[in-house]
Design a protein around this ligand. Structure first.
Ligand SMILES: [Mg+2]
Length: 188
């Protein structure tokens, strides 16, 4: 069975504006250039996932029903632009839980890999925090850090640097395409 190369996107501060514990589906706001960026990446053969930490759920600030509705709407909005996000994974665990599914741990990426037969070595994680970068590295992807986070990452030093740093998903596309092996080159 052939494997796919994937891009794992963080959600808040990466695809949509980080509203901090977004709970209202009407408040989804897409970041500039994301639709065109994903079309370009799709055309290069990537499939897409969203992997998002949602500690707002155990804190009682985000309801699972709303979370599911938010993800349905995001999926639909991208579908309207011809982009298929294969699956959304969320980690409803507290910040200090160290749960395997909560970034910087790689559980969500590894679950997608198992379900969709992903080649992690050809894949990327993109997010606006070092926990995203680290989750990608722990799973075996290369990682892109978006440098626009509204959060402060105190533990920056503990983690390996991202392969690239950009101010938006759109800005990262040329770099990713430069470092993409075409599927023809994969045929042995
Ligand atoms: Mg984020």
């Amino acid at each position: 069975m052939s494997t796919k190369k994937a891009i794992f996107f963080d959600r808040d501060g990466t695809l949509i504006v980080d509203k901090i514990y977004l709970n209202n589906p009407d408040e989804i706001e897409y970041l500039p250039g994301v639709f065109q960026a994903l079309r370009d990446l799709r055309d290069a053969g990537y499939v897409f996932f969203v992997v998002t930490n949602q500690s707002g759920v155990p804190r009682g600030l985000v309801s699972v029903n709303n979370l599911v509705e938010i993800h349905n709407r995001i999926r639909f909005a991208f579908a309207e632009h011809g982009i298929d996000i294969l699956s959304f994974y969320y980690a409803p665990y507290l910040t200090d839980s160290n749960h395997f599914y909560r970034k910087p741990n790689p559980g969500m990426l590894l679950q997608a890999t198992e379900e969709f037969n992903i080649d992690l070595g050809q894949s990327w994680m993109i997010g606006d925090r070092m926990i995203d970068v680290e989750a990608g590295h722990r799973a075996g992807t290369r990682s892109i850090l978006l440098t626009t986070s509204i959060h402060k990452d105190d533990n920056l030093q503990q983690h390996a640097s991202p392969e690239g740093s950009f101010s938006s998903v759109a800005e990262s596309v040329p770099f990713i395409l430069q470092h993409t092996t075409s599927s023809d080159e994969n045929i042995i």
